[in-house]
Every structure is written in structure tokens, then in C-alpha cells.
Design a protein around this ligand. Structure first.
Ligand SMILES: [Zn+2]
Length: 462
């Protein structure tokens, strides 16, 4: 499989550390509010990647974290913790907020038919691991202490900026961020925050060798990634907005601790725009999955909408766009229903069936080209050289990657009706019209309609 690696800025052949086993870490949600559809695009991407790898016979170990502490409102380590802010807004305990929105998130995943990753660790349950890393960073000379917390000194990490390709000097020259208080460099980031200033009344806090406080946002991903996947693992995913700060910091912390490469392949999905611009609450175009459901669309309409674009392209969400995805998906399901209803006995070209399978594999192996994969699915459905059972078996295969529940919701034709229909078909072929008509009436009385087609027959519920 070829994947685009943000680190090297090119497509590369995926070579896992352990043959045939791929370890993936995906930055998960901060559970302080409903996820918006842009967030969900990232999780649909990570899920499709994991499904594609399984399809290509890799064993997948997938971690997705739950951020339930330490993610501050501003990326510059200032402002309130998002969790605590939400707790004030909703007059609840931050833990209550965290568990509530975690449940909402998991419900969203289910509706989008996203497979549950092997681990979904919470930051608050891995404080010890995070403290250990910070201790190690002190030992290795990357951490320093200020009045409001412990910071990482980015100037000590030679490779800082390697993911985004931004050199520290260039960044600083253009940076308007003032060096706050005792920070040594503007890009230095918090590893641990003390209960002072804005965070004086921070409800979630723990003991540490340096005093009571709570972890910075970035350290959790390094700590949990390494705990579950090892010091170096294969793939890390996330939205492109994470590249310049969050992921750059994850690399600095992890490699600062181990002296080893943290991740071999960094894969990032592009933004979801809404009406050609940024999604924002003030513009009233900040949508959640519930907003989509409220308008009568299904979660899988949205999944289909996302799969029609390459994950590395910007995707523009409009209601018209979702409507046409809905129509396409509905059409697809109807075509599949027709295949279920048909009864075609004769076998067709096996070579043709394999051709589609190979094309499909090729497209997902090419940096997860899902729009092409969908085009191949459509082509195979329209191909008259395949029998309907061949088409159905292809769809079943393809859907392992697409996750569109294409084989579900099929109308179940009771065995009794099936039997009558097959018997009638036999009569018809033998030109025993009277018997054939009688059977058709009987089937009709039982609520089913039979339609003769060139290749056999179709049964439908009336
Ligand atoms: Zn992360």
C-alpha cells in the first residue's frame, strides 16, 4: 500500500515495523461538546484506513485517545481548560461533562459505522504515564519549570519543525506571540500546569513531583501512543490543523524521551469547509451529526459524502452536496436490492469478477483513493457480464472497506415464497402456463409480486 507521508511530503510504500501488522494512533476527540461534522470527517478517514489495511490482510492495532483534561481554549497554553469551561457553562462537574460527551461521541461513531478502535484510553486515566515522561524529559534536558507550569524547551530539540517543514528561526521571525512570563521560546509548550492564575480553581488535578496540577494537552498522546503501541509505531493520523503544533509537539516530547523515531508515517486529512468557508458558530453553520439527522438524512449519507472525496482534499459541505450524496447512496442501495431480488442461476465470467476486485484493491492501495473505489463499485453493479451473485459477492467485499452497510436492510423474502417462486419459474420454463399462473396468484395472495426478467425473476414485497 502507498500512503502519503506528511513527514517526507511524498507517497511511500507502507512498510510496517512488524511484517503484516500495522499499529495506528489517531488523535481522538476533546469531549467537552458535540463533535462537529469536520471532526467526524477525521474519524471516518481513520476508520476507512484501518478497514483498508485489514482488507489488504494486515493485522491492525488501533488506538484513539479521549482527551478529557488539559486541552486549553488557546493553543498557546493560555485560557481555560475546555473541560472546565464546559463544566461552568453547563453547571456540572467536569467529569460528568467528559463522560457525557464521550458517550455522545461513541454514539456518533456507531451511527457512522465506524469500528471501535482496539483501545480508547482516557487522558485522566494515564496521568502516571504522563508524569513519568515529564520526569524523563527533565532528565534529558528538555523540560524547565516556571511559576505557572513545566514547559518543553523547543530550542533543545534539533528537529523541531520537521513535520510542518517550518524552521524555528523562520517561525520566530514571523511570530507575533509574545514570550509570556518565563517561557524561553514562543513555541515552548506546557507539559504540566500548576494550580495558579486562571487555573487556580481547576477541578481536575493530581499530585506530581513538582506540585498539584494537570497535564498539558500534547503529552497525553505521546504517553498513550507509546504505552499501547511501543516507542516507535507505524501510522499516526489526525486533521491537518494538528500538524504545526500538536503533532510537532508530540514528536518533540516522544523523541526527546526515547531518542528514537516516534512515528514512521504521518497521515493527515484535510479540512471540511462549510459553504466554501470555515465552519463557525457565529455564522450559524456549525453542524453536528444530529443536525444532519434532523434534516432527514442518515449518518451513512454523510459517510458516503465523505468517501466521495479523497481524504487529502478539502471537502466543501453544503446541504445540496449532502442531498446529492443521499440520492447516490439511495440509488446504490436500490440497485443492490434489485440484485437481491433477482434470481439468476447461470455463472458468468470469473475473470471479470477478479478484474473488479483487483481494481478495487489497487485504488485503496493508492493512498486510500475512496472516490475511485466507489466508481469501481458502481461500474461492477452496472456490468452485464457479471451474474447478480457475483455482483453481490463483490459488494460484500468492497463494503468491508467502505463501511456503508450495503448488504444490510435487504428485504427478507421468506423461504416459503422463494420456493414457490422457483417452482413457478420451472413451470414457466416448461411452458406449463396454467400452473405457472396459479403459483403467481398464490405468491400475490401472500403479499409478494413476481416479475420476469431476461435472466430469471425478481420478487418484491407488494
Ligand atoms: Zn493527539
Amino acid at each position: 500500500m502507498q500512503v502519503y507521508n506528511t513527514l517526507t511530503r511524498q507517497k511511500e510504500t507502507l512498510k510496517p515495523i512488524q511484517a503484516k501488522k500495522v499499529k495506528i494512533y489517531s488523535c481522538g476527540p476533546t469531549v467537552y461538546d458535540f463533535p462537529h461534522i469536520g471532526n467526524l470527517r477525521a474519524f471516518i478517514f481513520a476508520d476507512t484506513l484501518s478497514r483498508a489495511l485489514s482488507f489488504l490482510d494486515f493485522e491492525v492495532a488501533h488506538v484513539m485517545n479521549i482527551t478529557d483534561v488539559g486541552h486549553l481554549v488557546s493553543d498557546e497554553d493560555e485560557g481555560e481548560d475546555k473541560m472546565e469551561k464546559a463544566a461552568k457553562r453547563e453547571k456540572k462537574d467536569p467529569y460528568e461533562i467528559a463522560r457525557y460527551y464521550e458517550d455522545v461521541f461513541k454514539e456518533n461513531l456507531k451511527e457512522l459505522n465506524i469500528k471501535t478502535p482496539n483501545w480508547m484510553p482516557r487522558a485522566t486515566e494515564h496521568i502516571e504515564e504522563q508524569i513519568k515522561m515529564i520526569e524523563q524529559l527533565f532528565e534529558n534536558g528538555y523540560a524547565y519549570i516556571t511559576d505557572d507550569g513545566i514547559y518543553y524547551d523547543v530550542s533543545r530539540f534539533e528537529d523541531y519543525g520537521k513535520l510542518s517543514g517550518q524552521k524555528l528561526e523562520d517561525k520566530e521571525a514571523g511570530s507575533r506571540i509574545e514570550i509570556k512570563d518565563q517561557k524561553r521560546n514562543p513555541e515552548d509548550f506546557a507539559l504540566w500546569k500548576f494550580l495558579v492564575g486562571e487555573n487556580k480553581n481547576h477541578i481536575m488535578h493530581w499530585k506530581s513531583p513538582w506540585g498539584e496540577g494537570f497535564p498539558g494537552w500534547h503529552i497525553e498522546c505521546s504517553a498513550m501512543g507509546m504505552k499501547y503501541l511501543g516507542e516507535t509505531f507505524d501510522i499516526h493520523t489526525g486533521g491537518i490543523d494538528h500538524i504545526p503544533v500538536h503533532h510537532e509537539n508530540e514528536i518533540a516530547q516522544s523523541e526527546g524521551v526515547t531518542g528514537k523515531k516516534f512515528v514512521n508515517y504521518w497521515m493527515h486529512n484535510n479540512f471540511l469547509q462549510v459553504d466554501g468557508g470555515k465552519m463557525s458558530k457565529s455564522l450559524g453553520n456549525f453542524y453536528t451529526l444530529q443536525n444532519i439527522l434532523d434534516k432527514g438524512f442518515s449518518a451513512l449519507d454523510y459517510r458516503y459524502f465523505c468517501l466521495n472525496a479523497h481524504y487529502r482534499s478539502k471537502l466543501n459541505f453544503t446541504w445540496e452536496g449532502l442531498q446529492s450524496a443521499h440520492n447516490g447512496y439511495k440509488n446504490l442501495k436500490e440497485k443492490i436490492q434489485e440484485l437481491h431480488n433477482k434470481n439468476v442461476q447461470q455463472g458468468k465470467s470469473l475473470k471479470q469478477e477478479n478484474k473488479y476486485l483487483l481494481q478495487f484493491e489497487k485504488s485503496i492501495s493508492d493512498d486510500l483513493n475512496t472516490s475511485q473505489a466507489l466508481a469501481i463499485l458502481w461500474e461492477s453493479i452496472k456490468d452485464q457480464n457479471l451474474s447478480n451473485s457475483q455482483q453481490l459477492s463483490l459488494i460484500q467485499e468492497f463494503d468491508q472497506v467502505l463501511g456503508l452497510e450495503l448488504m444490510q436492510e435487504k428485504e427478507d423474502i421468506p423461504a416459503e415464497i422463494q420456493k414457490l417462486a422457483v417452482k413457478r419459474e420451472k413451470m414457466r420454463r416448461e411452458k406449463k402456463w396454467e400452473e405457472s399462473d396459479k403459483l403467481r396468484s398464490l405468491i400475490s395472495e401472500k403479499g409478494y409480486e413476481i416479475k420476469d426478467i431476461a435472466e430469471g425473476f425478481e420478487i418484491k414485497k407488494k
